[in-house]
Design a protein around this ligand. Structure first.
Ligand code: NAP
Ligand code: MG
Length: 500
């Protein structure tokens, strides 16, 4: 387990030139600085060094972007036939694929994840998401109803785009989160003001270039970089934004929901999680070990679906723990851009401090560290993959979303599925869960008892563009991906006609 320091030596000169170049925001087809002239720094999380500066957009910039989006919504975008829109979105998907050599490294550089995960995972998934929703653009139909009232009637529904949408995204999957939001909004005919996370704006700005190249009319996609407290807050409270889609912390999700009450804009929220990874006695131990490790450590644990509470049957608990600890200790830490890195840094000093503070709180309240337990090295924001045992239900490591490579493990004794589900559901979150077993009956019974938006069986963190994803309880409102995401960006109009 070694922490390399200098990521820049793995940088292709074209990527380096783009990252360190002058950045501007895409508003109404123009590339603009912030009206205030202010910028914000972007860091390489593997070194803590500044790698770029982007405009720090604020209220005035959001206003401009909303005006551009409104103009495009009432202009070329809504009058374009769906098949044309579909072609443009498909072209954008092709461009994303063609630009993998830029998008992959930019993504790994700014958020720290292993390059293979960007290049072979996130970028292709981003392209696929656009392609999937390109197909939906031509399939958004209403229905006709058979009326009960006496007389002759014709009644039908229309599915209309909700209008100008504000999309606020996080840094953990900068490109995938962008795609999950932008693609269905484009397919339904909405126009967009996108605010990427302050830590990861560069990939989004590069995407803006591809939007132009694809020929999507100006003002349809506007990208405002900036801080959440300024640009994000201006969007959530904006009187001329019709809908906000947000992914991030539950705390900010609640602030957005409150800010949205002014014009009662529609809100969808994809928030935190504290997913249980449940390993039943009959599970294939090798598979469960690999699955639980990846559930906890994939993307350095910075995934809302991360498996952070292991419930393992006592019969196999020691074996599973030993297997996961062995894997954790072998993981090679390093900058995402180094192709030999298996685990990157976490995204920021703030996140690293939060994670290590939570680990310390666990220790001081009596939990035991099975492996890991703190920062790795003293350069960049690396955290050792960590497994914690001997926890109790009220500890902060059990209750809070840690968002780092950290999981807590608990043995259980019998297979009373109700008791197991009660423990697994003992969280304010309800985003995802996984169950590891070969017992079909137990798998389905338990899946029905788990209160979360997704239940994975013998897999974890498996997302497919066709499968709706979102939260029960405080993990959010609404579902992204699949056909359900189209509901977030359309509204139904009923038309009833009395036939003369
Ligand atoms: P966050 O603050 O919720 O960030 C998500 C997005 O919301 C960013 O674009 C952020 O802008 C923006 N934002 C922040 N404050 C805002 C406000 N008042 N109004 C409107 N938008 C606002 O998350 P974070 O601070 O980066 O991470 C904190 C914790 O959130 C993590 O430890 C993790 O538990 C959770 N998280 C969850 C997810 C997820 O996928 N569900 C993703 C990221 C983080 P800035 O970039 O300027 O902050
Ligand atoms: Mg923040």
């Amino acid at each position: 387990m070694t922490a390399h320091i200098d990521a820049s030596k793995f940088l292709d000169p074209r990527v380096a030139a783009f990252v360190s170049g002058r950045h501007a925001m895409l508003i109404g087809g123009q590339w603009l600085p912030a009206a205030s002239g202010r910028t914000l720094d972007v860091l390489d999380p593997s070194s803590g060094k500044v790698i770029a500066a982007v405009p720090a957009g604020e209220g005035a910039d959001v206003d401009l972007a909303v005006k551009a989006a409104r103009k495009a919504f009432s202009g070329p975008w809504s009058s374009m036939v769906p098949a044309e829109r579909a072609k443009l979105i498909w072209r954008l998907a092709d461009l994303i694929e063609q630009h993998v050599d830029m998008l992959g490294p930019i993504n790994s550089y700014e958020c720290g994840k292993p390059i293979g995960d960007s290049r072979n995972g996130e970028v292709p998934f981003t392209a696929e998401t656009f392609r999937y929703y390109a197909g939906w653009a031509t399939k958004l139909n209403g229905e006709s109803m058979t009326i009960n009232a006496p007389g002759d009637w014709h009644a039908y529904t229309r599915r209309e785009p909700v209008g100008v949408v504000g999309q606020i995204i996080p840094w953990n999957f900068p490109l995938a989160m962008l795609a999950w939001k932008v693609a269905p909004a484009l397919a339904t005919g909405c126009t967009i003001v996108l605010k990427p996370a302050e830590q990861t704006p560069i990939g989004a700005l590069y995407f803006g270039k591809l939007v132009e190249e694809a020929g999507i009319p100006e003002g349809v996609v506007n990208i405002v970089t900036g801080f959440g407290e300024a640009a994000g807050a201006a969007m959530s409270g904006h009187p001329d934004i019709d809908k906000i889609a947000f992914t991030g912390s539950t705390e900010v999700g609640k602030m957005i929901a409150r800010a949205a009450t002014g014009n009662l804009k529609k809100v969808s929220l994809e928030l935190g999680g504290k997913a249980p990874t449940i390993v039943l006695a009959d599970a294939d131990v090798e598979m469960a070990v690999a699955g639980a490790s990846s559930a906890a450590f994939f993307n350095a644990g910075q995934s809302c679906g991360a498996g952070t509470r292991f419930f393992v049957h006592r019969k196999i608990y020691d074996k599973v723990m030993a297997g996961v600890a062995e894997r954790a200790e072998k993981l090679r830490l390093g900058p995402g851009l180094d192709p030999s890195s298996e685990l990157g840094p976490v995204v920021s000093q703030q996140q690293m401090e939060r994670i290590t503070r939570l680990i310390c709180e666990g220790k001081s309240s009596g939990a035991e560290i099975v492996t890991g337990g703190g920062r790795a090295g003293d350069t960049g924001y690396f955290v050792k993959p960590t497994i914690i045992s001997n926890t109790t239900r009220d500890m902060s490591v059990i209750r809070e979303e840690i968002f780092g490579p950290v999981a807590c493990a608990m043995p259980f004794d019998d297979e009373d599925l109700d008791a197991l589900a009660r423990d697994a559901n003992d969280t304010e979150y309800g985003l995802a869960a996984s169950i590891w077993t070969n017992n079909l009956g137990a798998a389905h019974r338990l899946a029905a008892k788990i209160k979360s938006g997704t239940v994975w069986i013998n897999c974890h963190n498996f997302n497919d563009v066709t499968m709706p994803f979102g939260g029960f309880k405080q993990s959010g409102w609404g579902r992204e991906l699949g056909a359900q995401a189209l509901d977030l960006y359309t509204q139904t109009k009923t038309v009833a006609i009395r036939l003369p």
